[in-house]
Design a protein around this ligand. Structure first.
Ligand code: SF4
Ligand code: F3S
Length: 104
């Protein structure tokens, strides 16, 4: 599966949802997740993310985010269309230590 990681927080560009062939993205207030049970590992979302937040589960940096993706995919609503990114999304891009800012 592919995994949405920390860089998505407060960026939430949503380019990823437009390309997913199985519509397996789920949206929180300031972060998106991938449902690991639905992702078919096609990889097309990875290069679409301007924040480079999407990683394959084989990447060590994805490991701490796998549980978070599974957990919120079960409770957040499905998203299939790109909405408006936060007004300050560009400012949050590449900012470190955003994990605590995730809105559940
Ligand atoms: Fe969707 Fe493919 Fe990305 Fe999985 S890897 S979330 S199936 S676009
Ligand atoms: Fe997040 Fe990147 Fe998608 S910032 S919403 S994973 S395009």
């Amino acid at each position: 599966t592919y995994v949405v990681t920390e860089n998505c927080i407060r960026c939430k560009f949503m380019d990823c949802v437009e390309v997913c062939p199985v519509d397996c993205f789920y949206a929180g207030d300031n972060f998106l997740v991938i449902n690991p049970d639905e992702c078919i590992d096609c990889g097309v979302c990875e290069p679409e993310c301007p924040a480079e937040a999407i990683l394959p589960d084989s990447d060590n940096q994805a490991t701490p985010w796998m549980e978070i993706n599974a957990k919120y995919a079960a409770v957040w609503p499905n998203i299939t269309r790109k909405g408006e990114a936060p007004a300050d999304a560009e400012e949050w891009k590449d900012k470190p230590n955003k994990a605590a800012l995730l809105s559940p």
